[in-house]
Design a protein around this ligand. Structure first.
Ligand code: GLA
Length: 664
């Protein structure tokens, strides 16, 4: 069943408003609300004092109205009394400056006193509501790591040392892994190690990546602590916390294993005409994190936001189109931040399902219409593994590749999204995977800039090719081990044999607007069409590989740029640069042909999105120009048989079609 609803913050309103809320929710087709996310100070006005009466009443009221509750544990924003009594629970930045109360989320995740207070609150909540029939899901904390990506407090310092001791056992092991004879960094004990606080110059990159790993683990420990408490109370409902798409501080591959259902918050900018593609990436990432369990869009905006410098409204119809995009890409629920627009506070200009201006508004009409449509939509197939193309996206690599002091500054997420966007424009469905994932069933795997490559990832990618898959590796890959050390024997030490190439040097390309004489672009001549290399142009040699394309002009004129090596029935491609957006599209089109990959639907403009869930294909027009679409099947919203139709601006259709199969 499709869920529909939003964050509900009744603590911001007098109790007389609540019955109206429930009545309006029913009018809008709301099935579920996330309750109490920022209600800690209302539930617990002082240490040891709990006030559940109001929460009992609101949960009962929702239940009577047939609205399910995704009950929050309320631990995201400790009340002011908590830090007044225990200032040590406050987090700090890298300069030691404290983040004070007055906003939200001012807690050090590793603070023992924060964890004790959170545990006390969750214990009481779980014991009280575990068996309440209204509660159908648990919403732990909120957007872990948001606002405060990294905490450098004394609590973090102490916990980091314990984490390192667990990881390395002895300080000698840490010294070896971190290469601490460099710059006289050798440690005598774990008590000498700090988080990477402000230092005169670059930190040890191994320390930086371990601090990232530690931070992701520390946040996850908070989640797991609450999850254990909820389960210990006898609660059987699914437990989750809301993700934020590709969010750098938390390794969601690791986190996803601990979620019963993936939930996500997504706020594409209506003023950015390409933001729907980045949103599609985010949806596909959420589906890929837990492919066999439909995810939920936990938060989106009904209209404008408050937190960008300019908060453009959504165009008429755009909110529904973006909602259906999430459904098309595996979501079984659409929720908003928030139900009723706040009267006070920092988010009073943020749109809501029920606007401050009331029900005679476009926003309200669109919210009601969407609720009705979602209610009419039949259950959709799960949509797991419908793609035959996968793009490797890896958090550890993200952390490592963006360390300073590299040949060139790379924005890993943007580079991965460039490949994704090129596939999206060609209407080819894509999954996101880790290098070590089960790759059975994919025909083509693209691994952009896999700088940090672990042994298991390398072995898995090799097996994929040996079993008949096609793999594209790109420049600046297989460079370091998990401690950000070069491996003995140069570069591409793990996959050079598979690829049949060796990398001699990386060769930064200077930015095009740079005043100096350095080369800024590296054009390639190949059967894949127009490709211009950017950022890096590597000096490689082909040992076993066939050279498919060469650099044209500049210092690498005539040298190999694009190669292929056949291994059994599989093929391993290597591109010794990073193609621009146009080149990424050309190259991908070439590889799709080579790997026998067809679009879900062919011949549509790039502003039309196509996605599959099993035998259901969704087409969405993200542009203002109407578009003709041809696909034979049944329209799941109208029940009509269709062959072709016109999609108006922001129009969408869900078509169950025998034509759309995995082998299409
Ligand atoms: C985040 C938070 C919400 C709200 C929205 C505003 O997603 O979880 O509480 O602040 O942003 O867009």
């Amino acid at each position: 069943m499709m869920q529909y609803g939003g964050d509900y913050n009744p603590e911001q309103w007098p109790e007389e408003v609540w019955p109206d809320d429930v009545a309006r929710m029913r009018e809008a087709g709301v099935t579920m609300v996330s309750l109490g996310i920022f209600a800690w100070s209302r539930i617990q006005p002082a240490e040891g004092v709990f006030n559940f009466g109001w929460l009992d009443r609101v949960i009962d009221l929702l239940h009577e109205g047939g609205i399910a509750v995704d009950l929050a544990t309320a631990t995201a924003s400790p009340p002011p009394w908590a830090s007044a009594i225990y200032p040590e629970l406050l987090p700090s930045d890298e300069n030691g400056a404290v983040y004070w109360p007055g906003s939200r989320q001012q807690f050090a995740p590793t603070s023992p006193v924060y964890r004790r207070l959170a545990a006390e609150l969750v214990t009481r909540l779980a014991e009280r509501y575990a068996a309440h029939p209204a509660v159908t899901m648990w919403h732990v904390n909120n957007e872990y790591g948001c606002h405060l990506n990294l905490d450098y407090s004394d609590a973090a310092r102490d916990a980091f040392r314990v984490w390192l001791e667990d990881r390395f056992g002895t300080i000698a092991e840490l010294n070896e892994a971190w290469g601490t004879y460099f710059w006289s960094q050798r440690y005598s004990s774990f008590a000498e190690v700090f988080p990477p606080r402000k230092a005169p110059y670059s930190h040890n990159p191994a320390q930086l990546i371990d601090f990232r790993r530690f931070t992701s683990d520390a946040l996850l420990e908070c989640y797991l602590m609450e999850k254990r408490i909820i389960r210990a109370s006898g609660a059987t409902q699914p437990i989750t916390t809301n993700f934020m798409g590709a969010f750098k501080p938390a390794d969601y591959w690791r986190w996803a294993q601990e979620m019963d259902v993936i939930t996500d918050d997504c706020y594409p900018d209506p003023n950015d005409p390409e933001s729907f593609r980045a949103a599609a990436f985010q949806r596909d990432l959420m589906r890929s994190l837990k492919p066999h369990v439909p995810w939920l869009l936990m938060e989106q905006a009904s209209n404008a936001l408050n937190w960008r410098p300019t908060n453009a409204p959504k165009a008429p119809g755009q909110m529904a189109a973006l909602s259906m995009q999430a459904v098309a890409r595996g979501a079984d629920g659409i929720l908003f931040f928030q139900w009723r627009q706040s009267r006070s506070g920092a988010e009073k200009f943020h749109s809501a399902m029920l606007p401050h201006a009331g029900t005679d508004t476009r926003t309200w009409r669109e919210v009601v219409a969407l609720g009705a449509e979602l209610g009419d939509l039949p259950d959709l197939p799960v949509g797991a593994r419908d793609a035959t193309v996968a793009i490797v996206f890896d958090w550890e690599n993200w952390w490592a590749i963006e360390s300073p002091d590299h040949p060139v500054v790379l924005d890993y997420l943007a580079l991965v999204q460039r490949w994704y966007a090129a596939a999206h424009r060609q209407h080819v469905q894509v999954d996101l995977v880790r290098a070590s994932a089960d790759l059975t069933g994919y025909r083509l795997v693209i691994a952009p800039q896999l700088y940090l490559l672990r042994d298991d990832g390398a072995a898995n990618l090799s097996d994929f090719v040996s079993s008949g898959g096609q793999l594209l590796m790109t420049a600046f890959s297989d460079v370091v081990d998990e401690f950000d050390r070069f491996r003995p024997g140069g570069y591409l030490t793990q996959l050079g044999g598979l690829l049949g190439v060796g990398v001699e040097d990386f060769g930064a390309l200077v930015p095009p607007d740079s005043a100096g004489p350095g080369q800024s672009q590296a054009p390639i001549s190949s059967p894949a069409g127009e490709i211009v290399g950017t950022l890096l142009a590597e000096e490689i040699h082909a040992s076993d590989a066939t050279i498919v394309g060469t650099f044209v002009g500049g210092r690498l004129n005539g040298r190999p740029a694009f190669t292929v090596n056949s291994v059994g029935s599989g093929r391993a491609w290597y591109l010794a640069t990073i193609p621009d957006a146009v080149g990424t599209g050309s190259l991908l089109a070439y590889l799709f042909t080579e790997a026998g990959i067809d679009p879900v639907l062919a011949g549509l403009p790039t502003s039309v999105e196509v996605a599959r869930r099993g035998d259901v294909v969704t087409v969405i027009n993200h542009d203002s120009t109407p578009v003709s679409v041809t696909v034979v099947g049944t329209d799941l919203l109208t029940g009509e048989n269709v062959e072709s139709f016109v999609l108006p601006a922001f129009g969408y259709r869900f078509i169950q079609s025998p034509e759309v199969s995995r082998e299409a």
